[in-house]
Design a protein around this ligand. Structure first.
Ligand code: NAP
Length: 473
């Protein structure tokens, strides 16, 4: 029987006759219903957050985050199962995701303890005076976070952890496809001391929740992670407020002829198939130098065949479902279209409901939709490139600019890639998605405004800098 969960208004569970239904993408089981908010709840959540009384001390913020991290670790398996049931991601991936979310909370807790002020002596020029200028960071009055389905816990942790570390009240609108782990994380935060006014979690129709939050002039920051289309809509409508937009990607893995073949094959598989290919930084194009294409392809297909798809709740499964059947169908159509343009499916391609087999596609034309736009699933399109210059031209030719990976042992070529790829990250001998939770992360062009997240940068966005100066004679 489906369990009942609640949206939360300033720490209080919302009671309502309206519900959002949540289904398991693997077997279509109705697993939960979540109480839905109205436009009135949205206004009340804003007012409650703005009415926050005494601010938490740095130690209190540290303690809430650290205790929540420990509680999350203690519930690691049940959280992983919850994500698996709402998102169809396999248990191996969701256990990993819970570990990442623990890191986010840990780094946020550590940052809460650090003083972030700077000091400037003013007697440093002939125009100077005997004064010092100091900086301090002040929390915002209110931030809004809107999150996607693909890392339903970790994306949420990346918004809530930094907000709490900064002392900024936040209203979260999680994806309606995967709200359960977000709600459970909020409950853990309340249980571990977070004042209700610091956090509301609202689920409801876009025109009653997300859009009013984006439009409201009292909201000082909208931190959005999701698709380019919604991100650009928010950019058009949000008005005078800070925006953090983490949008789609179309990341390449570039493999040069001097690459360590075993490493290249491993990174291509991990990059294309982990998290069912539903990472903003998943490998969406594999660009292989022509001279090694045949050798690489043979080894890649062999290794890709070990990424078995199936029941996400089994520890033997390496690739679970994509988010729903409609998405799986769109991905299959993208493959069919590329095949009609001359591409060949070398492995996979089968689909059952939302379960799409990891699929290796060779001879993909450079203008196939599959590689010019974002294919959010376990597809691995192979394209030949002449050399690094050709790979850079091809990479930079799409509107996206999130991340990239380059497999080479040639330092000169590696540095050329770092300098010339137009994107937020270049990882040498790693997948495009490699990062730690506190390093700066985010894209340019259609992938984002170049304002980074990652715990440390996100805290900067959640605060404003005040300067003050004192006589220093
Ligand atoms: P999405 O459709 O853009 O939805 C993201 C969130 O926006 C959801 O909570 C959604 O609510 C909400 N939303 C929908 N319409 C809205 C509107 N008019 N105003 C305000 N909010 C609105 O994205 P998705 O399909 O969930 O996620 C996949 C996408 O996220 C991919 O493109 C992926 O690349 C991107 N992503 C980017 C990053 C990054 O860091 N760059 C990381 C992860 C994912 P509902 O659920 O209620 O529709």
């Amino acid at each position: 029987m489906a369990s009942t969960h609640h949206s939360y208004l300033a720490g209080q569970a919302i009671q309502s006759d309206r519900h959002v239904d949540v289904y398991n993408p693997y077997n279509n089981e109705h697993i939960a219903q979540v109480t839905e908010c109205s436009a009135v709840h949205t206004q009340q959540a804003i007012e409650k957050a703005l009415g926050l009384g005494t601010r938490l001390t740095r130690y209190e913020r540290f303690e809430i985050l650290d205790k929540t991290r420990r509680a999350l670790l203690a519930e690691k398996e049940s959280f992983a199962k919850l994500i698996t049931s709402e998102a169809g991601l396999c248990l191996r991936e969701t256990l990993y995701e819970v570990g990442r979310a623990c890191d986010v909370l840990q780094f946020s807790a550590m940052e809460a303890l650090k003083d972030d002020g700077q000091v400037f002596s003013c007697d440093v020029s002939p125009q100077g005076k005997a004064r010092k200028i100091f900086t301090l960071r002040e929390p915002l009055n209110l931030a809004v976070a809107i999150t996607p389905f693909n890392h339903p816990l970790n994306q949420v942790a990346h918004k809530l952890g930094p907000a709490i570390a900064a002392g900024t009240p936040i209203i979260l609108k999680p994806s309606e496809k995967t709200p359960l782990s977000a709600i459970r994380l909020a409950e853990l935060l309340y249980e571990n001391g977070l004042p209700g006014e610091m956090l509301s979690v609202l689920l409801g129709p876009t025109q009653e929740v997300a859009e009013p939050l984006v439009l409201d002039e009292r909201v000082e920051l909208v931190s959005f992670t999701g698709s380019v289309a919604v991100g650009k809509h928010i950019a058009k409508t949000a008005g005078y407020k800070k925006l953090v937009l983490e949008l789609g990607g179309n990341d390449p893995l570039i493999i040069l002829e001097d690459a360590d073949l075993e490493m290249a094959v491993h990174l291509a598989c991990e990059g294309a198939f982990r998290n069912s290919g539903q990472r903003c930084t998943a490998v969406k194009r594999i660009l292989v130098q022509r001279s090694i294409l045949d050798t690489f392809t043979k080894a890649f297909v062999k290794q890709a065949a070990t990424y078995t798809s199936g029941d996400p709740s089994s520890m033997d499964t390496r690739v679970g479902t994509v988010i729903d059947e409609a998405s799986a169908e769109r991905l299959s159509q993208a493959v069919d279209k590329a095949v009609a343009q001359g591409a060949k499916v070398l492995l996979g391609g089968g689909r059952k409901g939302a379960l799409l087999e990891p699929t290796v596609i060779a001879d993909v034309p450079r203008d196939a939709d599959m590689v010019t736009s974002e294919s959010f699933g376990p597809l691995a399109p192979l394209l030949a490139v002449d050399d690094m210059d050709d790979a850079i031209r091809l990479t930079n030719s799409t509107p996206y600019g999130l991340s990239s990976g380059v497999v080479t042992n040639n330092m000169e070529q590696a540095l050329k890639a770092v300098r010339e790829l137009k994107c937020g990250t270049v990882n040498i001998n790693e997948v495009p998605g490699y990062r730690i939770e506190c390093s700066p992360f985010g894209g340019i062009k259609d992938s984002g405004l170049g304002i980074k997240e990652g715990v440390i940068e996100a805290i900067k966005c959640m605060t404003t800098v005040k300067t003050f100066s004192l006589p220093w004679g």
